[in-house]
Design a protein around this ligand. Structure first.
Ligand code: GUN
Ligand code: FE
Length: 453
């Protein structure tokens, strides 16, 4: 017996580049927040479902131009960096980390400050339609736990990492784990504490093994965290082959690419998410695909820190799981709509090339561009696939994580002067919608924003 129903036009991505739009769909949501049934006129059993829905009295009906989509999955975001979003982006990655980011992150020893920032961020993300986030927190267990509590209280699906970083050469003395052994024990303890938080019976929040990136970790730390990943099956996140400087550092230290190095330490699993991965070659892609790991593509951040555009289309063609991240604050925007737009624009830049002094035939990498359909896939189902979680599509058994989008909301930048096909409207929403257009948000069947039906 469904607990409630949503009826109207829904759109979701079923593969990269492939969307399905159902103009008069009906979704039944079970008590546990999962989708029980999806039907539409002409499909078997639809009439019976529609009658049950009408009789239930618990039905949300969309307006004629409104659209239901899966919620966004932000596959890479640094929660503690929210206070500096939109600043310091003129710096190089190394200078930004040392000069701005580590001095900010160390302040999360102060739990009151952490709560103030994390409250603001989680509210903002939900208002922007982010129903799942894969967060980097800081090295502080208590503040990282506060982030998990706030996500649970607000109802946001969250994968959270207490950051591990202990290398004395690359981490400042004032901001690093005391030793590899302590960082490993603290990671294990953090994952267990998140799992047993009150109100987390459905595992809405989960702890994640989070070596910051190879340069910030000693061999002992990478080895210990790899062992933990193998023994617990917990999710893993890290930064991978992000910039010339970072990838060069790893090559010099290990004679390996980031991906192969992570694999050597046992950190390349089905539940690993690699942020950025701009400089992965064919052998890296083959390894990542073979392991079933995922990439969090962060196009906006990449313009500032990565020295290149991620070869997204090639990665998808080789079967890699890819989603999108805001990478706050390497990327300044909390909006996954912005991440979609930047992914499209970046892919076009790679396709055509960007240096007007280079002849057109050698300026770009033809075959690199994506369209709004693939961006929509990345921001929803692609992120869910990378996390190995049943989210991002309207399918029986999947979590009902959804957005009610209203193109005609007050303050909207989405305009129409004629009647439009739903696919044109969806395209306009991907290119021009913002938080004003997000009328309601559900996560795991719980309505966390918007007017109740
Ligand atoms: N590499 C290591 N730490 C960070 C970080 O906080 N942001 C980005 N973009 N790259 C990193
Ligand atoms: Fe990052």
């Amino acid at each position: 017996m469904a607990s409630f129903y949503v009826q109207g036009c829904f759109a979701h991505a079923i593969a990269p580049g492939e969307i399905e739009i159902v103009p008069d769909g009906l979704i039944a949501i079970a008590d546990d927040g999962r989708i029980e049934d999806v039907s539409a006129p002409g499909r078997p059993e639809h009439e019976a479902h529609a009658q049950r829905a009408a009789a239930s009295g618990a039905i949300t009906k969309l307006g004629p131009r409104q659209m239901l989509t899966p919620g966004f999955v932000d596959l890479h975001i640094h929660a503690p960096q929210w206070p500096q979003a939109g600043t310091a982006l003129h710096l190089s990655l190394a200078d930004w980390l040392r000069g701005k980011t580590f001095p900010l992150e160390v302040r999360y020893a102060d739990i009151a400050f952490a709560r103030r920032v994390y409250d603001s961020l989680v509210d903002t993300l939900i208002a922007n339609g982010t129903t799942t986030a894969l967060y980097f927190a800081t090295i502080h267990a208590e503040a990282s736990l506060a982030l998990a509590e706030i996500c649970l209280a607000r109802g946001q699906r969250a994968f959270i990492g207490k950051v591990a970083m202990d290398h004395p050469d690359s981490c400042p003395v004032y901001y690093r784990d005391a030793s590899a052994a302590e960082a490993i024990a603290a990671t294990s303890d953090f994952i267990a504490r998140v799992a047993s938080l009150q109100g987390n019976e459905s595992k809405l929040a989960q702890g994640v093994i989070t070596p910051r990136f190879i340069p910030s970790c000693t061999d002992a730390l990478l080895e210990g965290l790899g062992d933990l990943a193998q023994s617990t099956g917990a999710a893993v996140q890290t930064h991978c082959s992000e910039s010339d400087w970072e990838a060069g550092h790893v090559r010099e230290r290990f004679g390996l690419s980031d991906s192969h190095c992570l694999h050597r330490f046992g950190l390349m699993t089905r539940r690993t998410v690699l942020a950025h991965s701009n400089f992965i070659d064919d052998a890296d892609m083959a390894l990542i695909a073979e392991r079933g790991a995922g990439v969090a593509h962060c196009p906006l951040s990449n313009f500032y820190f990565a020295n290149s555009v991620f070869p997204l289309r090639k990665a998808l063609e080789k079967g890699l799981h890819v989603g999108l991240g805001t990478d706050i604050s390497g990327g300044p925007s909390p909006s996954m709509f912005d991440a979609c737009r930047m992914a499209i624009a970046a892919s076009r830049g790679l396709n055509d090339g960007v240096d007007p002094d280079v002849a057109p035939e050698s300026r770009g990498r033809p075959g690199s561009s994506i369209d709004f359909r693939t961006a929509f896939w990345l921001a929803t189902a692609g992120g869910g696939q990378a996390l190995d979680a049943p989210i991002g599509q309207f399918k029986p058994g999947y979590q009902f994580d959804a957005l009610l989008l209203d193109p005609d909301a007050p303050g909207s930048n989405v305009v129409s002067f004629d009647a439009e096909e739903p696919e044109i409207l969806l395209q306009k929403l991907i290119y021009n919608a913002g938080r004003a257009n997000i009328a309601s948000v559900w996560i795991g069947g719980r309505q966390v924003r918007g007017e109740r039906a």
